[in-house]
Design a protein around this ligand. Structure first.
Ligand SMILES: C[S@@+](CC[C@H](N)C(=O)[O-])C[C@H]1O[C@@H](n2cnc3c(N)ncnc32)[C@H](O)[C@@H]1O
Length: 190
């Protein structure tokens, strides 16, 4: 098989690899262990900038270690704060914003993203996007708060003005309950 339809994380990565430009400014709204931050640092190149947020100090430390080991730490600004404060740290327009919702793999499952703050951060991300910029969100409805986030997010994004944003939802219709979903928004207008 030369091409395989795969899960939310793969679509997120594909979109980001196509949309993020060298020298771009991008945001990782949920830094975690830094895998997305690393990918974004590689995509923007030495003249780009990646702003990454996490409320957990451990996530910031792990990400710092990873980026240093890969020689791209200078491209990133790691911020130990909630993504709902994004606009206090980042000046638009940005090329891409990525959210990987939920909790830190291998970490404390009680420290998870929550719709109250996710919604404010998603609005901030939409405000910061430049024309052609993308917002990519992976949601994990396999736990109660994740399911709430997925449902609220779907309603919120469905209401966006289609003269300004294109909104895509990736959902495997025959998947087991709780399968991750990917939402992609592209700003096409002003
Ligand atoms: C699924 S993990 C992210 C994984 C990460 N993208 C990676 O590549 O390793 C979700 C992260 O969101 C963080 N988080 C929860 N609430 C947050 C908030 N309000 N602002 C920023 N990060 C938050 C958690 O601490 C956790 O590390």
């Amino acid at each position: 098989m030369s091409y395989e339809l795969r899960s939310a994380r793969y679509l997120a990565r594909e979109v980001l690899e196509r949309a993020v430009r060298p020298e771009g400014t991008v945001v990782d709204a949920t830094m975690g262990n830094g895998h997305d931050t690393l990918m974004l640092c590689e995509a923007v190149g030495p003249a780009g900038r990646v702003y990454a947020f996490d409320i957990q100090q451990d996530a910031v430390k792990e990400t710092e270690k990873l980026l240093k080991s890969q020689g791209v730490y200078e491209r990133a600004t790691l911020i130990n704060a909630g993504h709902e404060h994004m606009k206090d740290y980042v000046k638009g327009p940005v090329n891409a914003v990525v959210f990987n919702l939920g909790w830190l793999p291998g970490g404390d499952h009680t420290i998870t993203t929550r719709w109250e703050t996710t919604s404010r951060a998603v609005q901030a991300a939409l405000d910061l996007l430049g024309t052609g910029g993308v917002l990519v969100i992976c949601a994990y409805p396999g736990h109660e708060e994740g399911d709430r986030e997925r449902q609220e997010l779907a309603g919120f994004l469905s209401a966006l003005d289609n003269r300004v944003y294109n909104v895509l939802r990736q959902q495997f219709l025959n998947a087991n309950a709780g399968a991750p979903e990917c939402f992609v928004v592209q700003k096409t207008g002003k």
